[in-house]
Design a protein around this ligand. Structure first.
Ligand SMILES: Nc1nc2c(c(=O)[nH]1)N[C@H]1C(S)=C(S)[C@@H](COP(=O)(O)OP(=O)(O)OC[C@H]3O[C@@H](n4cnc5c(=O)[nH]c(N)nc54)[C@H](O)[C@@H]3O)O[C@H]1N2
Ligand SMILES: Nc1nc2c(c(=O)[nH]1)N[C@H]1C(S)=C(S)[C@@H](COP(=O)(O)OP(=O)(O)OC[C@H]3O[C@@H](n4cnc5c(=O)[nH]c(N)nc54)[C@H](O)[C@@H]3O)O[C@H]1N2
Ligand SMILES: [Mo]
Length: 764
């Protein structure tokens, strides 16, 4: 507990150990409908009736979209429920019948609550009334909605410049809420709009923009079904996108092959059970035909080695690369070939850590195939060279002509259920000139033309006292951002922090001088206005926009929808005098959608909008249109091989998700796919490394990272022997975020290096 924090709050909470149990990793992962687990969570949190009503409507055409991940619904939804165990957990968590309001916060101060763990905080349930934490006080107390809007307006008006305000968005917000929020920030005069994608797929956006001209993936769900090879790199779908396993299963049934590139043999990729099938098992095999246990952040040497081998084959046969495609659509072929000749194959092999035999098998698999999809997530993006990682995989696709045709292409698997939509409708810190022109034309005000803060920029600005008001539309900024201690100080520097939230988290406890807690609906809840049910829209991982309609009774009558909150705030701030009818838009989402259609490229197709699984936004890669790129062509790129130069006592640590969490929300303490029960403070380590370091199973260590001479330590983790490459370590996020230096991030995308942190260990 640091004494220089405002109020005596803890940024780490209780670090005592629970009674840990270890088992063998459960190797059989379920995809859609892990019934038993789903119902277990649902009944406990929501009761039987509420559970059944909700679960039967999740991801159905007239129902609501799962609040968990952004994986798309199938084009022809099955009659059976389309959800997974983790979707059900996310739902149970938001639709819980446990509630907290003013009485609770009167009894428990923020100082007291901050001593609890994230798991304990989340269990209290839904926040049901607007609350204020006044300057100097340690207890939240009730405040009316209007008083809350007045308070925010006063603080905003007191700023020296609109750029002293920051508006963060987490990816669960709807298109409608995100659009209003982004336009409010701009109408105020700032582009300070950091969002969770800065910490997530920003590297994908940058890499894909540079190479293919659009920051999104190119495939549709159905493309996976008949792909010949699907590479799953740096992603753990069994836990984080379980419904993706059903698509991979279809692919395999059609003869496709799956290659997993990952330091860990993640369950689901190595074995998979689809409970929707009576047979259960798919032919009793591993999902991945090949597993390449790459060392952390060594994808580039691995892919380069594969490209060299493919180029060697192509030099003989001339039919390994797609020469016609390269000639017509691609820039930089000769330069890439020349560059590949400069590497020593043996050095690449040693660096990536994968056996030559396995690499050769992967090369043989890829050599004759052209319907290739690459899927990836945080294992590629959250490194210093996150952008380069992705560009190297794009090189493979371009050389094979596996872009812009059926069953081939890029698939960055998005995280939050509407993170992509939020960006599409205008949540971005950078300036988009065309968007600004349309805002001026259709919304009647001139938006700012100066780039705003992204997540790292926001942390620095608050830390340096350059920003004073920090508002968050969802999320848990303190625990999600890197460098927890630095971020805590940054947030505490603010005069006012405002959290629009569903459930209690640490960002509500470590706050600015004054703090507001504004409770909002979850996706599963009925959003009624004047007796009419309103719906929102979201965009999934594949650029498809669809409706979502909640059906459960909201947690309380005193909470409001996100669009209502933003619209009422904007109405108060502008005192009813602005070119936008904020109040009207908050009341009638159709008016918001009309404006989205006018202002955001590709949204104008209103007719299709209201139907079924929705419609796809434009995507130039699908049309093979690279006219916006240099020479009008897709770009092959030359990417440096990373050099880490670890000292003998140093390891490379990745921070990842357990099976029982959604980002910073901890549902439970188990990670059964990795055989760990009832404890999160664990460190996965190679058994040989353990022996060399004199460590035994369940020994307790402190983990320290040292960057720019600053030591950061995460205390007390139990060591677990695990099948992970030598020199590599893994632990859970957010407990290890204290180790991630705020000023070390991906080049160009500024995504923190959460997957490759150099650390040392000390036994305690
Ligand atoms: N249930 C559940 N679902 C979720 C989430 C959740 O927390 N819980 N979070 C959502 C969000 S916001 C996101 S962004 C996604 C995250 O989805 P993932 O990216 O799957 O999540 P992580 O747990 O961070 O897993 C990263 C994977 O990358 C591997 N990896 C790490 N470093 C490297 C590397 O250098 N190279 C390669 N090839 N692999 C590497 C790890 O072993 C791990 O399997 O999931 C979304 N869905
Ligand atoms: N070390 C490390 N750090 C990481 C990562 C990592 O892999 N390693 N992953 C990064 C990634 S990929 C991401 S996306 C970020 C996540 O960063 P965030 O999006 O900021 O964090 P979440 O944990 O998803 O936010 C959870 C909170 O959102 C609120 N919430 C839930 N549903 C709703 C809703 O419908 N509306 C509103 N208004 N609020 C809601 C609840 O109060 C809940 O406590 O973390 C990043 N941080
Ligand atoms: Mo994410």
């Amino acid at each position: 507990m640091a004494s220089d924090f405002r109020r005596n709050v803890s940024i780490r909470g209780n670090q005592d150990f629970s009674e840990i149990k270890l088992g063998n990793p459960v190797r059989v992962a379920a995809g859609a409908l892990g019934v038993k687990e789903a119902l277990r969570h649902g009944f406990k949190e929501m009761g039987v009736v509420r559970s059944m009503t909700a679960l039967l409507n999740m991801n159905q055409q007239d129902g609501f979209s799962c609040p968990s991940c952004a994986w798309p619904d199938p084009e022809k939804p099955s009659k059976l429920a389309e959800y997974c165990e983790n979707g059900a957990k996310a739902l149970a968590d938001e639709a819980t019948t446990s509630h907290i309001g003013a009485d609770f916060f009167k009894k428990h101060s923020v100082e007291e609550l901050s001593q609890l763990t994230a798991y304990e905080l989340n269990k209290f349930g839904r926040i049901i009334e607007p609350l204020v934490l006044k300057a100097g006080s340690v207890n939240y107390e009730p405040i009316s909605w209007q008083e809350a809007y007045n308070l925010i307006s006063e603080e905003l008006n007191a700023l020296n410049s609109p750029d002293e305000a920051i508006f963060y968005t987490s990816g669960r917000s709807s298109n409608e809420a995100a659009f209003l929020y982004g336009m409010f920030a701009r109408a105020l005069g700032t582009n300070n709009m950091p969002d969770c994608s800065n910490m997530c797929h920003e590297s994908s956006g940058v890499a894909l923009g540079e190479t293919l001209g659009i920051g999104k993936g190119s495939i549709k769900l159905e493309d996976l079904y008949e792909a010949e090879v699907v590479i799953v790199a740096g992603q753990n779908p069994g836990t984080n996108h379980p419904r993706m396993l059903s698509a991979l299963e279809k692919c395999k049934q059609n003869g496709g092959k799956v290659i997993s590139i990952n330091p860990l043999r993640e369950s689901g990729l190595v074995n998979f059970k689809n409970p929707q099938h009576l047979k259960g098992w798919i032919s009793g095999e591993d999902m991945a035909d090949l597993h390449l246990p790459v060392k952390i952040n060594q994808d580039i040497p691995l892919i380069k080695l594969m490209l060299i081998k493919l180029a060697t084959l192509d030099a003989i046969k001339n039919n390994i690369f797609d020469h016609e495609f390269l000639e017509t659509y691609v820039d930089g072929y000769q330069e890439l070939l020349n560059d590949l000749k400069t590497y020593d194959e043996k050095a690449l092999l040693a660096q990536c850590g994968v056996a030559l035999e396995t690499i050769n098998k992967a090369v043989n698999l890829l050599a004759k195939k052209s319907k290739i999809v690459v899927c990836w997530a945080m294992g590629l993006t959250q490194h210093k060279n996150g952008v380069e990682n992705i560009r190297e995989y794009v090189n493979l696709l371009l050389l094979k002509g596996a872009i812009g045709k059926p069953n081939a292409g890029t698939c960055p698997v998005r995280g939050h259920s509407n993170v992509q939509g939020d960006r599409s409708v205008g949540i971005m810190h950078f300036v988009n000139k065309e968007l600004n022109e349309r805002i001026e034309k259709h919304l009647g005000f001139v938006p700012p033309s100066k780039e705003g803060y992204d997540t790292v920029g926001a942390m620095e600005a608050m830390h340096e006292g350059k920003a004073k008001v920090f508002m968050c539309l969802g999320g848990n900024f303190l625990m999600a951002a890197s460098d927890t201690e630095y971020t805590a100080k940054a947030i505490q520097n603010c005069d006012l922090t405002v959290q629009v939230s569903t459930k209690l988290n640490r960002t509500h406890l470590v706050t600015g001088k004054t703090a507001l807690l504004l409770p909002t609906y979850g996706r599963s809840e009925k959003d009624m206005k004047d007796g009419k049910l309103r719906h929102i829209t979201i965009e999934n991982s594949m650029g498809q926009v669809r409706q979502s309609r909640g059906l459960l009774k909201p947690a309380s009558e005193t909470i409001k929808s996100e669009p209502d909150i933003i619209a009422e705030l904007a109405h108060t701030f502008f005192n009813g005098k602005h070119s936008i009818d904020w109040k009207g838009m908050g009341e009638n989402y159709e008016l918001i959608r009309e404006k989205i259609d006018q202002v955001v490229k590709g949204y104008a197709d209103t007719e299709k909008k209201s139907k079924g699984t929705g419609y796809y936004l434009p995507n130039n890669v699908r049309e093979l249109d690279f006219s916006e790129l240099p020479n009008g062509k897709a770009q092959l790129t030359i990417n440096q091989v990373p050099q880490h130069k670890l000292n003998t006592n140093e390891y490379m640590l990745m921070t990842m998700r357990s099976h029982d969490q959604f980002n910073t929300t901890i549902y439970g303490l188990d990670d059964r796919y990795r055989g760990v029960y009832n404890e999160r403070r664990v460190l996965f380590m190679n058994p040989q490394d353990m022996e060399s370091a004199g460590l035994k199973k369940l020994d307790v260590v402190n983990i320290t990272s040292t960057y720019d001479g600053i030591e950061r330590t995460a205390n007390k983790f139990k060591v677990i022997p695990y099948a992970i490459p030598k020199g590599d370590l893994a632990a859970y996020f957010p407990e290890t975020n204290v180790l991630v230096p705020y000023n070390h991030f991906s080049d160009r995308s500024k995504t923190p290096i959460s997957k490759s942190i150099k650390v040392t260990l000390k036994k305690v």
